[in-house]
Ligand binder design. Structure first.
Ligand code: FPP
Length: 249
């Protein structure tokens, strides 16, 4: 199959791509396997997409790996996912360093099991020097939680007099989000045919292009990422302006 890679304008790449990796369970069910089989096979797609993004020169790739709502899943699935995060970050540490990729994480990390947090922290600390691409795992993350946490921090600062309520603006608010320092994702991809954003980066995707694909996450390949980027590049991003204004600028 011919890759649509040549259809990508290298000068118009998104700096930040965010992905809701969905469909692992359905992929497993199609093969009459337990749901966790889908998650294990989803790791291949994580690896391929990370490699493709780094090869292209994408600066930030954020993957929604576990939401705050995912704790409601059967315990065996939660336990398997937590172990899978440990084995994956530990196994991939060498490759991350070879490819100059920094690993970071957003979410309520302190509430992760100790061994998961430990493996994650170890990989984060041992890739902190890399600067080609930042791979961000959203773990125990939800956007409403993040926004409430930010509101609490700012309210605390106003209460203790370190901030003035009149100084609160979008820039200050953003500087307290877990994604502080990352550009907003220009492109959000969700796999598996669901067309919703499920509490992911609600503040940050205000102007993102949303691409929903029916491909289930374990089947998602480099070619699918290239296709999504090519589609993103065909879209006109207006940020509230008119089409004529955008064309002139
Ligand atoms: C959603 O599919 C997927 C998840 C909640 C977990 C994603 C985890 C991985 C891809 C494994 C490893 C990841 C890293 C970063 C090490 P689903 O279970 O909701 O699928 P369904 O909608 O078909 O049930």
């Amino acid at each position: 199959m011919e890759l649509p890679f040549q259809h990508i304008d290298k000068d118009g790449l998104p700096k930040h791509i965010a992905i809701i990796m969905d469909g692992n369970g359905r992929w497993a069910k199609q093969q009459s396997k337990p749901r966790v089989f889908g998650h294990k096979n989803g790791v291949r797609a994580v690896r391929d997409v990370t490699e493709a993004a780094a090869e292209l020169g994408i600066e930030y790739l954020t993957l929604y790996a576990f939401s705050k709502e995912n704790w409601k899943r059967p315990q065996v699935e939660v336990d398997t996912l937590m172990k899978l995060f440990i084995t994956t970050v530990s196994k991939e540490l060498k490759t991350l360093n070879e490819n100059n990729i920094r690993l970071e994480a957003i979410g309520d990390l302190d509430a992760l099991p100790d061994d998961t947090l430990h493996a994650l922290t170890y990989a984060i600390e041992n890739t902190a020097h890399n600067d080609h691409m930042t791979l961000v795992l959203a773990l125990n993350y939800s956007a409403r939680w993040e926004i409430v946490e930010t509101a609490k921090q700012l309210a605390g600062q106003v209460a203790d007099g370190t901030s003035d309520v009149r100084d609160i603006d979008e820039e200050l608010f953003e500087s307290h989000l877990t994604t502080c320092g990352y550009p907003d994702p220009e492109l959000l991809i969700r796999t598996s045919g669901e067309s919703r954003v499920s509490n992911f980066l609600l503040w940050q995707i205000s102007y993102s292009e949303l691409i929903f694909t029916s491909t289930l996450w374990p089947d998602f390949t480099k070619a699918d990422l290239y296709r999504a980027i090519a589609e993103y590049q065909r879209r006109e991003r207006r940020f509230g302006m008119t089409s004529e204004q955008v064309t002139k600028s």
